[in-house]
Design a protein around this ligand. Sequence first.
Ligand code: ADP
Length: 224
Amino acid sequence: MSAGNNSQVALVLFGPPGSGKGTQAKILQASLGIPHVSTGDMLREHVQADDEIGREVKAIMQSGRLVPDDLVNRLIEKRISRPDTDGGVLLDGYPRTLEQADKLTGLLRARGVAEVVVHLRVDYNKIIARLSGRRQCPKCGTLYNLASNPPKTEGVCDRDGARLIVREDDREPVIRQRLEAYERQTRPVLDYFARTCPRFYEVEGGDAAPETIAAEIRRLVGKS
Ligand code: ADP
């Protein structure tokens, strides 16, 4: 992101694991025409590549804890300096601690970019059901859910026929750890945004179809 363009927004999709941030981000990046930046995806790419960062974060991610602020802050700073974010950016899974929120506010202020925060509110029981039923295509990244959005053929991606996988951290004990990290480290960020961000919105993310929720978010952002 470079300075000086008033139409730029940094849309922060906020919510607990399983609230649908990734699904919304995929829909919105196409309709808003701004890139989807997910710290979870970036970190998983490093793990996949088995590089220095990947080796540092692998065990932390598998246990459901958060990786160090310094590391994600550096990844984000570098990522939003790339020119494809000049028209704005859609952040998914960042910021997740007060320290990260502080960093982001500083980065955006320096660029004159407005922060728009959308909190996807979803009932706790629904989250557990969603996460444990989640399946993903390792090839194209498409997300499925055994209950609400199953693939046409069991266990196989509709798009490219690859065998679907369960993410390492979508197993029961790790899910609990992720929700605990959310409550302890990330919920304070929500309170911080609710208090300080002039464009903070809450959207019910539990029942409606993903497209309907995305339309509501676009309306709030002012680009429907
Ligand atoms: P979810 O939102 O469903 O938990 P993500 O893909 O966003 O999934 O994150 C997966 C894991 O990656 C987290 O449990 C954490 O270990 C790590 N991670 C992702 N984003 C951050 C972040 N901003 N700060 C610290 N750790 C992160």
